[in-house]
Design a protein around this ligand. Structure first.
Ligand code: HEM
Length: 249
């Protein structure tokens, strides 16, 4: 049975009715939190699904899924070398809905990497990296790096053989980065040693251990998600301000 809410109650939530004039139509994206992402003027064909495939929106949705499922996983998981692997096994096999939560987090995390890359390709293909959107492209590159950072730091947390050795390979590569790695170009000229370069900064030690686990954990659950949330706010604000959603091709 349809529920008829009083008009003044609806107006409190949506703050606009159906637009009757072009001026009223302009008010809709200005007043509604849901339509606010869109520029006030937009080509009708840009609103079709086949134009953007909503890949940016899907990336954001997956980000929310990982954030919520990750917050719930935090209730059980302890970032301590002696407990981390056991907590993951408990989550997988004994905790109520633990395996569901873990898989949800994992697959949504894999999904973000895929949809962000596809979103970037769509933006490139439709020429949206050009002026006036060049700043938003740079913000997007920042988001891509953060998404990669989240995937990399999350990989170590189960503290099993694959995550331990996979992270070891990744952090060993850091020693070879120019200017900031001890074995990389200009590393020795700048006086960098294995205990004073970027890999050491990330691990907090010469090898993978408790300090590395806690650093990866803080990056994964707090620092990188916070940076992502800040950059996403700027990204969405720019989508609206740059207007029209893509250039007229
Ligand atoms: C977590 C990552 C990201 C999220 C959540 C996100 C979200 C969004 C959303 C919701 C839009 C509106 C249009 C659409 O849905 O396609 C958008 C547009 C845009 N994005 Fe992203 N994005 C992300 C990463 C990136 C990356 C990696 C790039 C490029 C390096 C990028 C560049 C752009 C540009 C230039 C626009 C404006 C496109 C236009 O006006 O048609 N974004 N983004």
């Amino acid at each position: 049975m349809p529920v008829n809410l009083p008009p003044e109650f609806k107006r409190k939530i949506f703050r606009h009715g159906l637009p009757r004039t072009p001026t009223e139509a302009l008010q809709v994206p200005r007043r509604s939190v849901f339509w606010h992402l869109h520029p006030t003027r937009i080509f009708a064909e840009r609103m079709q699904l086949r134009f953007s495939f909503c890949l940016g929106g899907i990336s954001f949705l997956l980000f929310l899924v990982t954030a919520i499922s990750g917050a719930l996983l935090m209730i059980y998981y302890r970032p301590v070398v002696e407990n981390a692997y056991g907590d993951i096994l408990d989550l997988q096999y004994t905790v109520f809905l633990g395996s569901f939560l873990r898989n949800l987090h994992r697959w949504a995390g894999h999904g973000i990497v895929i949809t962000v890359v596809l979103h970037m390709l769509r933006v490139f293909y439709t020429g949206c990296y050009k002026a006036p959107r060049e700043f938003n492209w740079i913000v997007g590159v920042g988001l891509l790096l953060i998404v990669c950072g989240l995937a990399f730091t999350g990989y170590l947390l189960p503290w099993d053989q694959i995550s331990y050795w996979g992270t070891r390979i990744g952090t060993n590569l850091l020693h070879a980065v120019p200017f900031i790695g001890s074995d990389g170009p200009f590393g020795s000229e700048l006086g960098l040693r294995p205990d004073s370069d970027v890999a050491y900064l990330l691990l907090g030690d010469a090898d993978l251990g408790q300090r590395a686990l806690i650093r990866f954990y803080s990056l994964h659950v707090f620092i990188l998600p916070l940076l992502a949330a800040i950059l996403m706010s700027v990204h969405f604000w720019r989508v609206r301000k740059d207007g029209k959603l893509a250039l007229k091709l």
